[in-house]
Structures are given as C-alpha cells and as structure tokens.
Design a protein around this ligand. Sequence first.
Ligand SMILES: Cc1ncc(C[n+]2csc(CCOP(=O)(O)OP(=O)(O)O)c2C)c(N)n1
Ligand SMILES: [Mg+2]
Length: 541
Amino acid sequence: MSQQFRGADIVVRSLQRLGCDRVFTLSGNHIMSLFDAALDAGLDLIHVRHEAAAVHMADAHGRLTGQPGVAMVTGGPGHANAVGALFTALSAESPMVLLSGHAATWELGRGGFQEIRQAEMAAPVCKASWMVQATAELGRDLGEAMRIAASGRPGPVHLSLPSDVLEQRLAEDAIVWPQRTISHGPPMPDADADAILAAVAKAKRPIVLAGPQLSSLGGRALLAQLEAVIGAPAVVMESPRGIADATLGAFPDLIGRADLIVLLGKALDFTTKWLSGRAFDPELRVIAVDPDPVLLQRAKAEKGERLLVACQADPGSATGMLIARAVERGDDAWLKQARGALDSRPAEWADIVSSKPGRLHPAEVFRALRPFVERDPNSVLICDGGEFAQWAQSMLPLRRRLINGVAGAIGPSLSFALSARLLEPQAPIFAVLGDGTIGLHIAEFETAVRRRLPFVAILGNDARWNAESQIQLREYGANRMHGCELLPARYDQVVEAFGGHGEHVERAADLPGAIERALNSGKPACINVMIDSIAAPVIRA
Ligand SMILES: Cc1ncc(C[n+]2csc(CCOP(=O)(O)OP(=O)(O)O)c2C)c(N)n1
Ligand SMILES: [Mg+2]
C-alpha cells in the first residue's frame, strides 16, 4: 500500500520542493496541522508577533532574492491582519505567497468558526487569490501560486486552505507534486528594441524610468549598464513621493526638460504625475515597455499619439536586449547634466547642525551613519516612515536598499530587517525609521532577540508624526496643528526590556560611538536619537 499523506504534509513538502525552506507565520487553530507537518519535514517556522509582520518578512525575502517569500497565518482575524500588508508587497512588485488557514468546507455558509470570505478579501491586493477546493489539488495550486507570484510583474498571491482539506489523507500516488516554474513574458521583438533605441538616439533629452521590480541590486546594475550605453539617465521610481523622492536629488527640475520618457516596467501612475501637466514638456513623447497589457493600454489611453511604442515584455530581459542592441551615443553631455541633477545635494548639508539643544538635525544623523553603511559593500539599508527617512534616502548610498515602496504604508522596516538578516549572515543591517513608525511593529524586537537576528534600528525621535504635522503646518497653519504629537518615549529601553541593545543619543558627537556599540553588541539594537522636527529635504538644481 502506498504511503498516506495529510493535506498539511502535502503543503509543507510542496513548499520544500518549490525551494522554500522557511515560512513566516503566527499560530492559530486553522493552521496547527501545518505546524505539526513542519516539525517532521524540518520546515523552519519564523513565528512573529503580528500577521502583517509575517507578510512584510515574506515581502522582503521576495525583494531580496527574487524568489517568492511565504507567509502563513490563521483564518478569519489572522488573515484580516495579514491582508493590509499585502498592499505594500503588491505596490513594491514583490513576489510572495500568503497561505491562510480557513474554516472547513463543511462549515461554509453555516457561520463556521472565524468564517469570512477570505479569497475575496485579499483579491484587490493580490495578483491572484483563491481557496483550494480539495486535498488532491493542494500541490498543484501551490505550484501555481508560486509561479504567478514570480512571473511577469511580480506580486503577492493568496491561497486559503480549509482546515478539513489540510486534515484529509491521500495516498501518495494520488498527489500531484508541484513543479518549479516561472513564465517569462514574450521576449521583446527585435523591431521594437530597434525602434526604441532609434527614438532614444534621436531624442535630445531622453530619460528611462524603471519600476520597483528593477530596484534590486541586480536590477540597478543592469540599469547602470543601459544608462552608460544609451547615454540617457535610467532611474528607478519606487517611492510614493514619486518624482519628489529625495533619493533622486533635483529630479523634479530634470524631468520637466525631458523630450522622451521610456517607461521600463514603470506604471504610468500618480508617482509619475501621468507625465502630464505644467511640470512636463507639452511635446513630450513616451515609450512603454511592460509585462502587463492592462498597463500598456493605460499608457495608450493617457498618451494617445504621443506614445511612440507600446511593447509587452519583461523589463529585466527587455533591458538586457536594449543593452545588447544599442549603439553607443557619441555625445554624453545630456547624461552628464542629468547625473549632475540626480546626484546633486545642497552644499550646506555638509555642516548643517540643529539649532535645538539636545536634538540633532537629520543631516547630522546620516553624516554619522554614512561611513558605517559604506564600510561593507553587502550592508543592507532599510528606510521607513515619514520625514526623517527621506533624509536617509537622500544622504546614504544606494546599494542593497529596501523602502516601504509605492503603497506608502509605514511600518514594515523592523520585519524587513529580520528577513534580511536571515539571508545576510554577516554584513550590517540598518533600519532607519521614525518614532511614530516604530510603534506599529515594535514587538518584532522580541522575535529578533528570540531568533538571534541582530540589526541596528536608527530611530529618529521627534515626538511626533512629523510627515502629517508638516501637512498641517503647510495646509492649515501653525495654530491648527493637533492630533499628531507623541511622547518623547524611551524606545531604546523598550528594546532592552525585550532583551535587545539600547542606546539613547542627544548629541551628534555621541552617535558614532553608539552605532559602534550597537553593532558590536551582536544583538538587535535600537538607537533612540532625539531629533528636531525637520521637513523632508527639497533639492533644486
Ligand atoms: C500604514 C500607514 N498609516 C499612516 C500613514 C500616514 N503617515 C505617513 S508618514 C506618517 C508619519 C510618520 O511618523 P514618524 O515615523 O515619526 O516619522 P517622521 O515623519 O516623524 O519623521 C504617517 C502617519 C501611512 N503612510 N501609512
Ligand atoms: Mg516622528
């Protein structure tokens, strides 16, 4: 007689066959069979303190490796907690799979325990979302979920797993084990590549805008190569601040001068201001390369005859194709000008200091942090939150970096740091975040201590939700600011109470020593830096 497998064992072994040896999870009634199966199979459960944190960790895994990260949560409220975080993964074009336990199929429609229409709830924030119908389909459906997550424009996929489907047993010969596959879109036709390259060569001031999926180390390296051969700046747009992302220096001034913009997997959305309005050249021409026909259609609808080429292709392989077929642009004057604007930072940042005693200016913080980030080429920088983090994005080197992404949802950084540490055994990992933001997932320091995952959080503590305070100041006036102030709390002591390392800094001179001690502690650390409430930087050419 062939061996019998529980549904839960099929899930765990399918995950392993698909290359996943670790899941991010939080326990619950509906998934205890999966925990049980993980024990025999040796699947590592990284169990966390909020379901959204599990999703953020799977998201970071996806962004850093290009392979889907997997989060596993319980049904009903566990699933509901997880769904919000999928929005971040979707907007960051990050491959990941959310597996949620689910009320048994025989309970459905009868008011089962924690019964809710989970697949429908997750659908708007996923590439695909469904409930597995039968134990025999588990392996195939998991393979399909992983394939969809990593193919085309990457993103999250959700599967709900009813508890009876997980508990039912099946003979081994009745199981369909999954295959590891990715469907690459059609390659870019030679004619399209040549048409794009000819248009770029003809343009006086072309700019390439890449989407978040090219924000990885590999993606950035590819874009740097493209930039060099075609003589046009190639810029990743991955921030909800869009053109005004502080990473991009004086980009708002630069983009207004462009006569051709190539969208390389970059959605024509609010971050690009749809490339129209007073800030843009009225004669601006556009080219769109995208794996998603819906986005090509959108570009056509927005740009009409100003859209010169619309080509369905994977942005990574399309970039490779363009590099291979490009003829070097003789004149690099435009690229030099453009790089000047992108890399320009105000000279006064070199010595700007806070005027408030006991509070640092964000520029003082990042001048001190910069050598520590640069010390190791593999260091990982994570930026999260409001105004403080914008200074980090502007002043720190752009290598292995994760930011909240186009969704603009604050809070994922601590989870990102843990996930990064699981992949990066050695190099320093810095999470830069605000005091408002740390409150969303501060309990993940307990996870980090328990799992011995050291990293250093650089917390800018201005005792307020400053990004929103700045909106009140700008829009409603200094006498109408309320509802955004916080206590100057000692988050470093909270982290010490979890078993981590804490530092409290009120003077710039003390910061380098604090960072060095935090790194040397070998523990998850929080440096509570008291800062002045300063608006995000605005850089003009
Ligand atoms: C999930 C989520 N909730 C609320 C917001 C709105 N929001 C954006 S930035 C911000 C303030 C962040 O405060 P803090 O982390 O202290 O950073 P600061 O701006 O003070 O430097 C808020 C509330 C958001 N973007 N995402
Ligand atoms: Mg703050």
